[in-house]
Design a protein around this ligand. Sequence first.
Ligand code: PMP
Length: 445
Amino acid sequence: MTLSLLERDARAIAGVEKLRFFPLEVVSGQGSILVDPAGRELIDLSATWTATGLGHGHPAVVEAVSRAVRSAPGAGGLSAIHPDSVGLAEDLLAIVPSDPGTERRVYLGHAGSDANDVVLRACRHASGRSTVVAFEHGYHGGLGLAMGVSGQQIEAGHDGDPDLVLVPYPNPFRPGPGGVEADVAASLTAIRAALASDRVACLIVEPILSDGGLVVPPDGILRAVHEACRAAGVPLVVDEVKVGLARTGTLHAFQHDGIAPDIVTFGKALGAGLPLSAAVGPAAILDHPAGSALLTTAGNPVSTAAGRAVLRTIAEEGLVERSAQAGDRFSAGLRRLAAGGGVEGGLSAERIGDVRGRGLTIGLELVRDRDGLEPDGDLARRVVYRAWQLGAVVYYVGGNVLEITPPLVITDDEIDRAVDILDRAIADAIAGRVSDEEVQDYAGW
Ligand code: PMP
């Protein structure tokens, strides 16, 4: 009996590392296109999941990785000094702004999770303080301390770190009874109260709350958080793992607020799909001997060669500007749907509560109806499944928000096709053309 790839996956790969929304099988990819074993092409609208800002099979990455893998892939990072590891660290120091006079270092790791874990631990060791301040519904990783300070994970039933203070993240689409301004004020009051203790090691924040529902915070909030941290002498850690490196139409997402955070973490797009993450921050924290984090293959020449190619290509191909333009086109297409311009008399509009985002980081919030705006997670589950059937890979976050984050190289034609597929998928899901049996095994989160 010959088993399909799907059946072999079910038997071989551990459940703890699976988060499946539909049975996506991939054997190759190019640019924004993924190809399944039957040769079917799908538009990838989920580059923050496939971890490829530049798109699949980008020649600059292929060339850099091929060269590195043929040289001495095991010699680097932990045990030896390699030009690509040192070079990537220098490249990051050159593009991450900081206060003049701060001596900085770069930690190179494998995933967003270990970069955040190491940073949080280093902040504790360097300060001798143990409290971490983080945000409700936040996500910083799937292991260790990064997981322990992730509101999302704690809300899902995982153990939180015992010395964590969670503060609210204002959500302009779903404000409390006093409105957005009152929410901002309440959040800042909670932050200042938490920072008033003399036990705080650091505050960690996502510039856009991503896995928690693609919440774009009100303008200026990051600046206010930064000022509060400054006043309290507490380092601010900005987690750019998901939305950094050109995805929001600026090189760094925190630049929308015009700040230079004390520590910045990177992952996903940095490695073009290879395991690679980084943290850039003060030497006084990242050199601290008690914070030692020795991972044998961290900073290896293959991953770091990919990282250097990614940073070079973002600059050479003008991908920051492209992200802004492509994001405008994509958002305009989705707003046309929300205004009733889609198929079947604009059917999808009934259930699109909001379209929001920055650059190629776009959230489309699905609701039960446009008056009550009650989140519709069941619809989201059906829509992403249907979109996969129709030829687009897209996931949802926060229960009911489609997270649209295509590769930065997506073409105008692909954007227009993707908007049509999403329109059709929403209409089909509303009209009951996706069966319960098909979707039931794919609950996502
Ligand atoms: N930080 C943020 C903001 C993330 O979105 C994620 C992953 N979704 C992580 C950290 C963890 O990254 P990784 O999965 O690469 O460990």
